[in-house]
Design a protein around this ligand. Structure first.
Ligand code: HEC
Ligand code: HEC
Length: 189
């Protein structure tokens, strides 16, 4: 009962937030979407000036391409008007795209739809899973230093799984629920 009313409350809050900020993704049959951190300086200037009038930058994470691939994708997606970039701006943008979403990176999957879970992790269960699935590449301290909303944790864990963390969908959702409960935030971030 208590958990259910909490979930209902969270959904109402999410619905309110939705009016103000687009959420990164949602439970209930919709795929989880990546969250791309805004670059600084000249790269952001180029993007702000040329790209964000129509859509955000999160979708870039669906791709891992070399320079020619990025140039072709952007050209193909914006026919017939073109990307509107000066040659100098295009260079700045392509440098950043290849550095961040180059051929060696793993693209964020378009397909992950969070399943509903009915059992929840205790602290020992969560710690056991993290010791098994997370410590190959970095310590659990990396996790403890991070605070995220539920959706933020989901995006991070889907990203970690793309990088090689071994988690079933069920385990991923149970860990998301536990992390948001133990190392969560009140904000959508
Ligand atoms: C005039 C509006 C407009 C501007 C400005 C614009 N885009 Fe787009 N962009 C679109 C539309 C519409 C689509 C979807 C096209 C499709 O999928 O056929 C798109 C798709 C994309 C995609 C593919 C997204 C996906 O989910 O597959 C990328 C990447 C992209 N744009 C990057 C950029 C970049 C980088 C810039 C700045 C140089 C930019 N866009 C500027 C309208 C715009
Ligand atoms: C295959 C290697 C690998 C595994 C396994 C892995 N990670 Fe990561 N993790 C990384 C890398 C690489 C980064 C740094 C990413 C970056 O800085 O962009 C990272 C960063 C992080 C961060 C910080 C990201 C942020 O948003 O600040 C968190 C939190 C995290 N991992 C959690 C986990 C959890 C939880 C698990 C287990 C379910 C896990 N990782 C398993 C490679 C891995």
């Amino acid at each position: 009962m208590k958990v259910k009313s909490l979930i209902v409350g969270a959904c109402a809050a999410a619905a309110l937030l939705l009016a103000v900020v687009p959420l990164a993704g949602q439970i209930g049959g919709r795929a989880t979407r990546p969250k791309v951190q805004r670059p600084d300086g000249p790269v952001w200037e180029v993007i702000r000036k040329n790209c964000t009038a129509c859509h955000g930058i999160d979708d870039y994470a669906f791709y891992s391409l070399d320079r020619a691939g990025w140039q072709k994708l952007i050209a193909d997606k914006h026919k017939p008007d073109g990307d509107g970039l000066s040659d100098a701006d295009r260079d700045v943008l392509l440098d950043w795209l290849v550095m961040k979403f180059g051929p060696d990176t793993k693209p964020f999957p378009r397909t992950y739809v969070p399943p509903e879970i009915t059992t929840f992790f205790s602290d020992p269960e969560a710690n056991r899973l993290m010791n098994r699935a997370c410590t190959k590449c970095h310590g659990v301290d990396r996790v403890e230093k991070t605070r995220n909303s539920t959706e933020g944790w989901r995006v991070t864990l889907v990203d970690m799984r793309e990088r090689g963390a071994q988690l079933s969908d069920q385990e991923l959702e149970q860990l998301v629920e536990w992390l948001a409960r133990v190392w969560g935030t009140n904000q959508d971030n």
